[in-house]
Design a protein around this ligand. Structure first.
Ligand code: NAD
Length: 365
């Protein structure tokens, strides 16, 4: 990690760098100038083009002649239909392999934009400019791209590294509280799997105070980047970042189809972390006091999600598509302490059911 006088901290994520701070967009300006792409297209959604594009263009003059493409805001845009529109748009503009796609947005824009860039003409370059907290600390970093299909999250995708990730924290000014909490869930996860001090600092942080949040964004982006650098293709240590996501993805997918309030990704991960921290205790890896502290923090921050036993069966069914499963058996990332995780822990469907039962009763109390 190195800081420059321009207030940019450059962090290596192995196959790409993450630039964080007030000078991040100047770094993007230099990258675009040095690269000299044949065409530049900025991809954003309704909100990010409205709230963030003017500032991006103000700070990165090299993008002023870029074309822009807008996709509807929200998870629904991680679809084959949106990819088709984007591929068609690029084809109609005769975009070639020396072009650059700049993805300006949250995890949806960087996931779908990265996927389209990685597949168009077998791969064009992309640069990520995350605008949500979730994007800054997690989604934009690490080259994982993907779209949803058949009700399953991220089931189609590929690894396609951006030329860089440019994190400009002032973009967070226009982000609502629910979205901040959404990103905070991944920051809490970073602390839980890698850094107990970071977890404690997050517990103290006033979410509405951007000055207090910015150093925590830097720390979380640093944890994500370090884990990715160790294991770019997720064959080992990177699986630590899946803590909360196995049950979380099941809950998220269930919330879309059930007519319940649809959970945001981070909200589902937060509830997944309660269940998976409980499983960590139940399997003897984590002590009870640590579980209680984790559950208390998450319950204080995130609204409960009511379940019944038919919901539990469906959630387990949805989890069967999880990419981490091996030979039909669930593989979990569980905690061994606050700040440390074990990956690839086999867990039976009966144990998952117990964890969901536990959560159902916890919420009912
Ligand atoms: N690839 C990965 O490694 C990875 C990791 C974590 C999450 N993800 C994916 O990321 C997605 C979630 O990301 P997200 O939470 O950023 O969702 P998102 O992209 O839908 O953004 C959330 C909402 O905030 C709006 N928004 C974003 N920036 C804004 C700003 N500065 N001002 C005002 N509004 C703004 C968006 O328009 C959207 O309505 C999920 O699809 C998840 O699967 C991917």
């Amino acid at each position: 990690m190195s800081a420059s006088p321009e207030q940019v901290t450059s962090i290596s994520a192995g196959r790409h760098d993450v630039l964080v701070g007030a000078g991040a967009l100047s770094a993007l300006q230099r990258t675009v100038q040095d690269m000299g792409p044949t065409a530049v297209v900025v991809l954003g959604d309704d909100n990010t083009l409205r709230h963030c594009l003017p500032e991006l263009l103000g700070r990165v003059p090299a993008l002023r002649k870029a074309g822009t493409i807008s996709i509807p805001a929200g998870e629904g845009s991680k679809s084959l239909e949106v990819c088709r529109e984007l591929w068609t748009h690029l084809a109609e503009r005769a975009v070639d392999r020396q072009a650059l796609l700049v993805c300006l947005g949250g995890g949806v824009v960087t996931d779908v934009g990265g996927f389209v860039a990685g597949t168009f003409k077998r791969g064009i370059r992309c640069a990520h400019v995350p605008t949500s907290l979730m994007g800054m600390v997690d989604a934009a970093i690490g080259g994982k791209t993907g779209i949803d299909l058949a009700g399953v999250k991220n089931i189609v995708g590929l690894f396609h590294d951006p030329v860089g990730v440019y994190v400009h924290p002032p973009f967070l000014k226009s982000l609502g509280k629910r979205e901040l909490l959404n990103g905070l869930a991944e920051m809490i996860k970073h602390g839980l799997v890698r850094d107990a001090d970071h977890w404690n600092a997050i517990r103290e942080a006033p979410l509405h105070d951007l000055d207090a949040l910015a150093p925590l964004v830097l720390r979380s982006a640093g944890i994500k980047a370090a884990v990715v650098a160790e294991d770019p293709l997720e064959s080992g240590p990177r699986k630590a970042l899946n803590f909360g996501h196995t049950i979380g993805h099941g809950l998220e997918a269930y919330s879309w189809e059930s007519g319940h309030r649809a959970l945001l990704h981070g909200e589902a991960v937060a509830l997944g972390m309660i269940c998976e921290a409980w499983l960590s205790w139940r399997t003897g890896l984590l002590d009870r006091e640590a579980y209680d502290r984790i559950a208390a923090q998450l319950q204080e921050l995130y609204r409960p999600f009511a379940l019944d036993s038919s919901a539990e069966h469906r959630i387990i069914e949805l989890m069967r598509n999880d990419k981490k499963n091996k030979a039909g058996e669930f593989r979990f990332t569980l905690l061994t302490a606050i700040g440390a995780a074990a990956v690839d822990v086999p867990v039976s469907a009966a144990q998952v059911q117990e964890a969901l039962d536990h959560y159902r009763l916890l919420v009912r109390e």
